[in-house]
Design a protein around this ligand. Structure first.
Ligand SMILES: Cc1cc2nc3c(=O)[nH]c(=O)nc-3n(C[C@H](O)[C@H](O)[C@H](O)COP(=O)(O)OP(=O)(O)OC[C@H]3O[C@@H](n4cnc5c(N)ncnc54)[C@H](O)[C@@H]3O)c2cc1C
Length: 456
């Protein structure tokens, strides 16, 4: 029972203990609220999503974990090495060039350890963290959010009554599924196949642990992410249509091996690599949300929306949105107004961030974007503004946004005239999206599928 108000068991509940849930819970705890966090797994647990953006440093500072993250010994990330399938182009996305960034250097993390650090911090600030507790249902009355929680090893489900719920259940999407909030992203209908390997050589030079992003000459691409001294996360992302054609009945392991051997630069890097875990496959990971908050609930991280992993935005957005969700609920408590309409600014901010990154992500799966993005000599000023957004500063100043418009103008021109030599195959069968930006409802801010008012 919450001693401050016996009508509630706690002020707030958080469902999910990933980066979004922990960040929301820590921030609410730091603001002095009583918080319970339910996590269905027992930590440490495996999770994909290992490469962070520079802006993650701001989140670490806000959450009070900077020193702990520094001490954990995660490989340092200063940016990304972009490489074409034949190894010909070796552009560098250098976060040190980004504007409006507090600190460019960030990390690539082993998620078992990273998520554990955040969850421990939540405990430290007084959050009641309950692992092996699955939130099975939730309902919302005018004055409370009520959760059903099943804990492992305990047959009777518990009911918990709070002022409001942060849904941070990731792709599980507790509330998104309840209220049918999700819209799939057909332009990002991709599949990822990956595992962790030892004996993958690191980059030469002063920044050996940067992520390598290696583009196939069709729409696929590889990530190679050092996540510890020994381990490198290696995966390929392919459009579903291409994947089906390639897989053609073979196992995910065979498909991964085939795509590796078909891409000369990756084949060379993986020559002595030793796989340490079974190959995993993930699909249907890109979607948007028609609402990010409603009466007495708020979504953070992947529980709201998620973009394809190509620009490593997921964890950094998850932490940022968790912190924002907490600030929003704190304000709601002060005003004593937990209505959907009072959360409108929060929802707008989530949507804006999603759309800013989405433009780059959708662009990446077109050959013209890749021609310009991978080009060895792109205009410096423009590329610097692109790097600023990709380092995580999605809400950059006017000048940066203007230069980004010029970048996308260059891509439009590349569709008609070759301002840079075309390197990537114009192969529609490979799964390239064919709709133009003006035909794309999400890019144009058309909100799909709004749930009936009574349900929100
Ligand atoms: C192939 C792939 C590669 C990726 N690579 C990157 C990358 O390089 N960099 C990056 O930043 N991001 C990457 N991501 C994205 C990243 O994995 C996610 O964006 C990030 O984990 C989101 O954090 P979250 O806290 O919102 O959700 P999660 O990390 O998924 O956490 C959700 C938590 O909720 C728990 N949960 C679920 N349902 C319930 C329930 N009903 N009750 C209680 N608990 C529940 C889960 O067990 C889980 O611990 C990648 C994603 C994919 C698919």
């Amino acid at each position: 029972m919450n001693p401050a108000n016996p009508r509630y068991d706690f002020d707030f509940a958080v469902a999910g203990g990933g980066p979004a849930g922990s960040s929301a819970a820590i921030s609410l705890g730091q603001l002095g609220h009583s918080v319970v966090l339910f996590e269905r797994e027992t930590f440490p647990r495996f999770h994909i999503g290992e490469s962070l953006l520079s802006t993650a440093n701001d989140a670490f500072a806000a959450l009070g974990v900077t020193k702990r993250i520094e001490a954990a010994g995660f490989p340092e990330k200063w940016g990304a090495r972009l490489i074409t399938h034949d190894g010909q182009t070796g552009r560098y996305v250098d976060f040190a060039n980004a504007r409006e960034i507090t600190r460019p250097q960030t990390y690539q993390v082993c998620r078992q350890e990273f998520d554990r650090i955040l969850l421990e911090r939540a405990r430290e600030v007084g959050v009641d963290v309950r692992e092996a507790c699955n939130v099975t249902a939730c309902e919302f009355t005018p004055d409370a959010a009520i959760l059903d929680v099943a804990s492992r090893g305990n047959t009777a489900a518990a009911r918990v009554r709070v002022r409001a719920l942060v849904d941070a259940t990731g792709r599980g999407g507790l509330i998104a599924r309840k209220f049918n909030l999700r819209t799939e992203e057909p332009r990002l209908a991709n599949i990822a196949i990956y595992s962790h390997y030892t004996n993958v050589p690191r980059l030469e030079g002063p920044r050996p642990d940067d992520i390598r992003l290696i583009a196939c000459n069709d729409a696929g691409w590889f990530w190679l992410i050092p996540i510890s001294k020994e381990l490198t996360s290696v995966g390929v992302v392919l459009p579903k249509t291409l994947y089906r054609r390639l897989a053609n009945g073979s196992s995910s392991e065979e498909t991964l091996n085939r795509t590796i051997s078909d891409t000369p630069v990756v084949a060379e890097l993986m020559r002595n690599a030793q796989r340490e875990w079974p190959v995993r496959v993930e699909k249907d990971f890109s979607y948007s949300a028609s609402a990010y908050a409603g009466n007495r609930w708020i979504l953070a991280g992947d529980a709201g929306s998620f973009l394809d992993p190509v620009f490593s935005t997921g964890v950094s957005i998850a932490m940022e949105s968790g912190i924002e969700a907490a600030a929003e609920l704190h304000r709601a408590l002060v005003r004593n107004d937990f209505s959907a309409s009072s959360f409108a600014a929060f929802s707008r901010r989530q949507r804006k961030r999603f759309q800013t990154f989405r433009r780059f992500v959708v662009g990446f799966y077109t050959p013209q974007f890749r021609d310009v993005f991978f080009s060895p000599e792109p205009p410096k000023l423009i590329f610097r503004s692109v790097v600023t957004i990709l380092a995580g500063r999605w809400n950059a100043g006017l000048w940066t946004r203007f230069l980004n418009q010029l970048f996308f103008a260059m891509i439009s021109i590349q569709k008609r005239l070759n301002i840079t030599p075309p390197v990537f195959r114009r192969d529609r069968d490979a799964g390239y999206p064919t709709r133009t930006r003006s035909e794309d409802p999400i890019a144009n801010g058309v909100r799909p599928l709004t749930p009936p008012v009574g349900q929100r």
